[in-house]
Write a protein that binds this ligand. Structure first.
Ligand code: IPD
Ligand code: CA
Length: 269
């Protein structure tokens, strides 16, 4: 199954990389956009993936809404993660495909069609970058690179996210804001990035990459519980338990130990 998913995602990557003329529309704010290539690729992935697993449900960023099935298979897909990058020709973009089995993560595939990188993982079997086994880093805090974002779809949360960046910055090596959570979390699984924090991600942004993070030996959580796969969620991820402790403590301090929203709109909707 993993090989067949990788084949579909590779084909979708060739289509995305070849999409040179596309229209751009905003989804309610100038930060939150969709292109015709996103919509076209979601259609392609829905048709090819659901025919791989008859009876499977499909959740996609660009309008395919469905509950995650407690019994059976559910796809959680972002056809282009990093749409702003894509729309400007910045080659940091991910096609993100997760397959859940009986409500739990099972397979994750993240592909950057511009670099050719293919991240994949299957629970219980392992995690791979371009077919070679991958593992998170063991860097201590002072050598860590944190990837983060300051909540561009909900800037009222930004000041407290900046507080997190400010507190961590002197204690770690550096910070990145790359613009595609799926790829950045996959880079954590690969061992290139060591810490990740976003205050509000949608399941299609993180489901596939967190499957890779876990299978590559990393850890993730929310602020006051687990990461949610059925709604918006904070995502904290780390290479080691020790570094997760520091990240959680810093985020908890900025957000009073609580997720600062109950459910609310999903990013991209
Ligand atoms: C976004 C990207 C971005 C992250 C946002 C996501 P989109 O996804 O992953 O890096 O900061 O929170 O919503 O809208 O480009 O698919
Ligand atoms: Ca996304």
């Amino acid at each position: 199954m993993l090989g067949r998913i990788v084949d579909v995602v590779s084909e979708s990557g060739r289509r995305v990389a070849a999409a040179h003329s596309f229209s751009v529309t905003d989804k309610g704010s100038r930060e939150n956009i969709v292109t015709s290539a996103d919509i076209e690729n979601e259609r392609f992935l829905r048709s090819r993936l659901t025919s791989l697993v008859p009876g499977s449900a499909f959740v996609g960023e660009e309008g395919d809404e469905s509950p995650i099935l407690d019994e059976g298979y559910t796809w959680i897909v972002d056809p282009i993660d990093g749409t702003m990058n894509f729309s400007r020709g910045i080659p940091e973009v991910g096609i993100s495909v997760a397959l859940f089995k009986d409500g739990e993560p099972y397979i994750g595939v993240v592909h950057n069609p511009f670099t050719g990188r293919m991240y994949s993982a299957e629970v219980g079997r392992g995690a791979w970058m371009d077919g070679t086994p991958m593992h998170v880093s063991d860097r201590p805090l002072e050598d860590c690179i944190l990837s983060t974002a300051w909540c561009c779809y909900g800037k009222e949360l930004a000041p407290r996210v900046f507080d997190v960046s400010e507190s961590l910055y002197p204690r770690i090596n550096d910070i990145r804001r790359i613009g595609t959570a799926a790829v950045e979390l996959s880079m954590l699984a690969q061992g290139a990035i060591d810490l990740y924090f976003e205050i509000r991600l949608s399941p299609w942004d993180h489901a596939a990459a967190l499957t890779c993070v876990k299978a590559a030996g990393g850890i993730f959580r929310g602020i006051d519980g687990d990461v949610r796969f059925d709604g918006p969620s904070p995502v904290l991820a780390a290479n080691t338990e020790e570094n997760m402790e520091v990240l959680l403590e810093t985020v908890s301090e900025a957000f009073d130990g609580r997720t600062p929203y109950r459910s609310g709109p999903l990013n991209g909707h």
